[in-house]
Design a protein around this ligand. Sequence first.
Ligand code: RFL
Length: 388
Amino acid sequence: MVILGAGPAGLVLGNLLHRGGIDCVVLERAGRAHVQTRARAGFLAANTVRILDRHGLSEGLHRRGLEHSTCEFRTEDGRFRLDYSKLGRGERHTVYPQQELVTDLLTHFLDAGGRIRFETEALDVLGAQCARPAVTVRDADGRPGQWRARYVAGCDGRLGAARRSLPPGAVRHRRRDHGVSWLGLLAEAPPSLDAVGYAVHGRGFAGHMARTAEVTRYYLQWERDSPADTWSEDRIWDELELRMRAEDHGPLHRGPILQRSVVDLQSDVLEPLRHGSLFLAGDAASLISPSAAKGANLAVLEAEILAQALIDDLAHGDPEGLARYSARCLPYIWGAQDFSQWMIRLLHGPSGTDGESLFQNSVRRARIEALRTSRSQQDWFAENYVGV
Ligand code: RFL
């Protein structure tokens, strides 16, 4: 078994297969230090924690992760909070930076004797319709190589070799560009509120999400194609305070900006999540905009489903789970895509003053008002917000 990519999907899959007695190798393009320091997700759903618990992979997140259960909306109509641990299914998030989760998964895998090749870039998956497909690779010194296996798991993200290797027409590609971009920021500053902050403002969306006691993630709705380094740190903080209405609700804790990147809010789904012996999981299977913090959670869920199906096939000769892998995952993926798109519409409106823009913004306000006042809306929100 060859696994492409050592992100959450590839490493959960690797751990479960190795423990299930399946011979596997993980091929990772980047070096170990890069993989262990790449800051991305932070909000883990309750179901993700249950999966990691089930397989003994959750010790670090229970020790160092923070429980989180409140979000705060700030709009032209004031602010309100939702404690989603008291709504819907009564579940909470665990805030645990993705690079720490990846470090834990990697440590477990290597300690258990798992095989991983860093700085080994998969170039192509050849013969996915054959009994033993081949993965062509290039190592850090540019030397070519090849790995053969009964199955290949493409867990190498949206721009990886698994997607690139799919012949035209092998899968259907459903995609949406939400037409919105965010400047994602990591600041060396403690969180400014004890909640996820969602600010809707005439100048655009701003978001606040805790990561650790010292580091906070912020988002600013950003002009498409505008480089991430256009603004000075002071200008970024001034704009965050303006959109988050610091004048009414208190200033933000400022600090050096450690990282900034532009994220275009885009989503896509490949159907089915399989082409012959090549299976897709995580961002390689479906890219989801970070508006609802679902990507890493879906990656872990799909990896667990795929691992069980592969063990059933390879260890017990039962191919049923593999045949149903795609159909089992797709309802979760589409549910998350639906909620993520709903969040985008909740948090962004057109900036124009024409009739269409005014109409859309009034609908957005009505939606936020329903969320503020209706218990059934709040239950629905909570169930989808923490669920996968
Ligand atoms: P990853 O994590 O991208 O890992 C893929 C790995 O594959 C390697 N790779 C290759 N290796 C070999 N050969 C090749 N040709 C290769 N090409 C790539 C890469 O180096 C990498 O190590 O994919 P995976 O495992 O599918 O995990 C997906 C998640 O990383 C992603 O969905 C989340 O980060 C999305 N996301 C969030 N998800 C959440 O569930 N909760 C959050 O709070 C959350 N916040 C976020 C996010 C994504 C963000 N960005 C950067 C888009 C916040 C942000 C800003």
